[in-house]
Ligand binder design. Sequence first.
Ligand code: UGA
Length: 446
Amino acid sequence: MALKITVIGTGYLGATHAAAMAELGFEVLGLDIVPEKIEMLSAGRVPMYEPGLEELLKAHVAGIEGSTGRLRFTTSYAEAGAFGDVHFICVNTPQKHGEYACDMSYVDAAVESLAPCLERAALVVGKSTVPVGSADRLAQRLAELAPAGDEVELAWNPEFLREGFAVQDTLHPDRIVVGVRSEHAEKVLREVYATPMAEGSPLVVTDFPTSELVKTAANSFLATKISFINAMAEVCEAAGGDVAKLAEAIGHDDRIGAKFLRAGIGFGGGCLPKDIRAFMARAGELGADQALTFLREVDSINMRRRGHMVELARDAVGGAFLGKRVAVLGATFKPDSDDVRDSPALNVAGQIHLQGGQVTVYDPKGMDNARRVFPTLGYADSAVEAARGADVVLHLTEWREFRELDPAALAEVVSRRLILDGRNALDATTWRSAGWTYRAMGRPRA
Ligand code: UGA
């Protein structure tokens, strides 16, 4: 009989995982403790913007015309416990308030709520990003709380999906990592991932601590790569070099690779910043803090970028923001997402606002979330409206829509033709030939 799967927590990770599991042919029950989310998902609507996810959901949610009906949602742990052979835990682990460590309360609550409902054999699979050592601790809790005792097992299976590519990354992962303690657990997970494995996704089987570390190590490496190129941008600015050319040139070396070498205002989002901090905090607890002191520098190079963008903008408008109009293009932490968590773009907008600038923000998908976090900023319904009367235009999230802007049309509405590209993503020649002063981070002024 085909495995029945539950997915606990229906945020970016869980909603995508649930829909993907249904796409792979399994019967799936998604659980969330927020009834409004469950209502939305049950109607085939996604509570966030993620390309392709709503279509995938609609193709499988029970009750939607033409769907396979393989995907349902609930708020009941008892129902989940009775239904599932495999329970994926996909709740989030945000940074603790005022600390580097991550907040495990949602993961803990999920295990504490699910375990007493496990009256039959089941594999609980953690997907959330957790400090190393968590799986071991949670396995003990499961053993203490699950009525089915030995028949309930834990495995760890970190997730590497990127927002904006969540569906693609989940259905066609570039690797599948499983931390297991038994052949049985490995066998079950091989069954779950049979389709992507048959398509060539490699499977790495390992122990609990390694599987937990793979995730934080991968995100730390990516963060380090971005901060490396941003450090080079600082040096390029001091030396009159061009960081975009430098990145292109070193990227041709296969060992380095061209991806994740875009200099600019740095990384944000719900993952990289909090993951490197939680990793440092955990290494400290383990007495291995020295091994990760470099991540402190990675973090501070990254945070410095935001301040540097503010300085560039301030210089560009004559040394003070007071009475100046600043157009901000982009609010989300990256394009193709509506996520504004720790968004460098919004951080820069907020700093300029606090320094007296009149900031008007436009983002293709992030407006509602941005308004919620920064209600005091000005917002406009289009890039052109945001730029109306602006003394400077800041390009802070590299949406395709901004690359396709017509510099001549924008020139009509601004007060000064001055654009600062915080993502090194616009075509300098196009903007300059339309009469704009174009400046980017880590590149010569021309
Ligand atoms: C990241 C990882 O890339 C995923 O593999 C991982 O699964 C995920 O975190 C997670 O832990 O859940 P994501 O947060 O969606 O994914 O975003 P990224 O694509 O990694 O971008 C992160 C930030 O880095 C963005 O703010 C982006 O603008 C910035 N970035 C990226 C740069 O500044 N330069 C680059 O060259 C690349």
